[in-house]
Design a protein around this ligand. Structure first.
Ligand SMILES: Nc1ncnc2c1ncn2[C@@H]1O[C@H](COP(=O)(O)OP(=O)(O)OP(=O)(O)O)[C@@H](O)[C@H]1O
Ligand SMILES: [Mg+2]
Length: 282
């Protein structure tokens, strides 16, 4: 049987948007969908007098969250096969484990907790970039599709999985793929005499982008690729492009990251500020 797409829900409005996104993607990819709710017992571990039958209460509440999510999926995508799973543990840890056996993990950018102005819930940074494969972080689903997916590339081999994911999504949706490669002029604070022939630098970056895209364009000849090679900071370029995108795809880290850092600074910033769902692909 095909690997399932897994979506985590705590019943919050953002998690509900994630469930809808996951249902649509399961239909697109012809995969089953597994909806997971994690029962977090931690608050009751520290309580001096836990309410009687807290376990039964939490189980019933979790089952209700799952039943409502499954009902929403059946109404939205009757063709998708759905299962639900109630797991006891720490949400971020359980979701990370779930990603290991899933075709893709989908979560909301935030949930029931957090403070009012929070852009990202704590589960997101624990899971995105740490879990193998693709983690899709959903904010709100756009009302109608823009017809474009954006993938961020930096010329490094780390972009391979993100490119594979983005080309497949563009092909399945029949939409355009904007391959965004943002480069910056190196600044030498202590050697201001080091200058650059800007046209040559620009041409070199265009060549790197073209070389990185060539094998994928050959593999997916039906995908209309827009090569967007621009002199800008990658975070601002990607966030700007996300305003008119159905999905933004990035690798978990790029050329700049030391190996021990799991989520690169661009991926992290994009998760905070993007206007559309973001897929982080490791
Ligand atoms: N108990 C849970 N079971 C399943 N999925 C969950 C659970 N908690 C969170 N998630 C998933 O993770 C997403 C982000 O929620 P998260 O808990 O990180 O944010 P938050 O509740 O706003 O903040 P925090 O819990 O860090 O105070 C949710 O939209 C949901 O998809
Ligand atoms: Mg939470």
């Amino acid at each position: 049987m095909a690997e399932s797409i897994v979506v985590g829900t705590d019943g919050s409005p953002t998690a509900t948007a994630a469930v809808e996104w996951a249902a649509d993607d399961a239909a697109r990819r012809g995969r089953p969908l597994r909806i997971v709710h994690v029962m977090d017992r931690w608050p009751y571990n520290i309580s001096a007098s836990p309410p009687p039958d807290w376990h039964g209460f939490m189980t019933r509440a979790g089952e209700q969250v799952l039943a409502e999510a499954a009902k929403a999926v059946k109404e939205r995508r009757p063709d998708v096969s759905v299962t639900t799973q109630l797991i006891e543990g720490m949400p971020s840890q359980v979701l990370r484990e779930q990603a290991g056996t899933a075709a893709e993990l989908v979560i909301g950018s935030r949930g029931l907790g957090g403070f009012a102005g929070a852009l990202l819930g704590s589960a997101v940074l624990h899971v995105a970039g740490h879990a193998p494969g693709a983690v899709v972080v959903v904010r709100a689903t756009p009302d109608k599709p823009y017809g474009e997916i954006v993938v961020g590339i930096d010329g490094s081999a780390e972009c391979g999985p993100a490119l594979g994911f983005a080309f497949e999504q563009a092909q399945l949706r029949g939409c355009a793929l904007r391959a965004l490669y943002a480069w910056q002029v190196p600044v030498h604070a202590f050697a201001p005499e080091a200058t650059h022939e800007i046209d040559k630098v620009r041409q070199a970056h265009r060549r790197i982008a073209a070389e990185q895209l060539a094998p994928w364009e050959e593999k997916f000849p039906g995908v209309n690729v827009v090569r967007d090679v621009t002199c800008a900071h990658p975070v601002s370029a990607l966030v700007d492009a996300s305003v008119r995108a159905d999905l933004l795809v990035v690798g978990s880290h790029g050329r700049g990251t030391v190996e021990s850092i799991i989520l690169g600074s661009v991926s992290r910033a994009v998760l905070h500020h993007a206007h559309c769902p973001v897929a982080v692909v490791r």
